[in-house]
Design a protein around this ligand. Structure first.
Ligand code: AMP
Ligand code: MG
Length: 345
């Protein structure tokens, strides 16, 4: 039940804030994939066949990308670490690995697709979560280096240079799946839809009445409430926050977004980061990376680009909204002590 609670909350938020003004009921499906509950709702065009096709696409990607499925292509890549074999992959998997590697170069020290040994050391992979010993953690950290992931996109293959290295696509797989599912739905004639792939809300088109979707960003300290509501069309809002997966030990919270500089859960002054972009995969990757980067570095990064907008929730209860969202956003947590500010370029 605990596992499903965030989903129920999210549904509440979406039902409360994102339902179309028209009386048309959407066709919809809810399912479990990529270790999270997902939902697809189609409001116009396509219908149930389109949803089924998008669902199959996502489930197919899960089979390719899962690190815990021994038959996945990522498991094949990981199992050959250090033995020199260039592992053949589907073109889309090679492209995704190459993209994930490029994010490490974009935000050095914040993102690393070879973080897997550290995730294992903390028990996030097995659900037996615990604080690792210093020795275990330093052995795991010694294996984290995305420069040791060699991807050949032309040959559709990859290898890991050192034994024990492993890739973990947890930070990007759902955004990638959102992009692929979005394409499938559009091919099937869908013109208005909402996809919620566990922390990644993707909207296709506008609401059936032609106005923008109203998508709630969760309050990271009270996930059944909204922090703010955004007006979106043809975009993804991807949120990363320590509240999504964590455990408590000795009164301290340890969450699943790791600072690759320390091997410890990132403590950069942020409670959550939401990245809004028309590039679904980018939104997902950057929400994780900017959570590690912290508020100042995240805003500097935003100023260097034209393709993203941000909502940052800081540990001192400030909500920083970048100016591209200003016209369509609505604060929703003032009564919970949040203050809102617009970041300018
Ligand atoms: P997200 O929910 O998209 O923020 O992704 C969190 C997931 O990304 C974790 O469960 C790990 O699988 C993976 N991850 C954690 N820390 C990092 C990091 N610094 N760089 C890349 N992937 C990470
Ligand atoms: Mg992410």
């Amino acid at each position: 039940m605990k596992r499903f609670l965030p989903f129920l909350c999210c549904l509440f938020l979406l039902a409360g804030c994102a339902a179309p003004a028209s009386s048309a009921e959407p066709e919809q499906a809810q399912f479990f994939s990529m270790d999270t509950v997902m939902s697809i709702r189609v409001y116009s065009g396509g219908g149930l066949d389109a949803i089924q096709a998008a669902r199959q696409e996502i489930e197919g990607l899960d089979k390719l990308l899962s690190r815990t499925d021994p038959d996945s292509q990522i498991s094949a890549l990981n199992s050959h670490a250090g033995d020199g074999l260039q592992v053949s992959l589907d073109a889309e998997v090679a492209n995704l690995l190459s993209f994930a590697k490029s994010v490490s170069q974009l935000l050095p020290g914040c993102f690393d697709v070879t973080i897997a040994p550290v995730m294992d050391a903390w028990g996030f992979t097995t659900q037996e979560r615990h604080i690792p010993s210093a020795d275990t953690l330093s052995a795991a950290m010694a294996l984290v280096d995305s420069n040791g992931l060699i991807v050949d996109e032309q040959a559709s293959s990859a290898r890991l240079e050192r034994a024990g290295m492993e890739v973990d696509l947890g930070a990007v797989a759902k955004g990638f799946a959102a992009g692929q599912a979005d394409a499938v739905l559009r091919q099937q004639g869908v013109t208005s839809a909402l996809l919620d792939l566990g922390g990644n809300v993707t909207v296709i088109g506008a609401k059936p009445d032609g106005t923008a979707w109203q998508v709630a960003v969760k309050d990271p300290q009270n996930t059944s409430e909204a922090l703010c509501v955004l007006s979106l069309e043809d975009q993804t809002a991807s949120t990363s926050g320590g509240y999504e997966r964590y455990f408590e030990e000795n009164g301290q919270i340890y969450h699943h977004i790791i600072d690759p500089k320390t091997g410890y859960p990132a403590d950069s002054g942020l409670l959550s980061v939401t990245v809004i972009s028309a590039d679904h995969m980018l939104a997902d990757a950057l929400s994780t990376a900017l959570f590690v980067a912290g508020p100042d570095a995240a805003l500097d990064f935003w100023r260097s680009r034209e393709d993203i907008e941000l909502v940052l929730c800081t540990q001192d209860n400030r909500v920083i909204v970048t100016e591209g969202l200003e016209a369509g956003y609505r604060p929703a947590g003032e009564d919970r002590g949040y203050t809102y500010e617009i970041a300018r370029r």
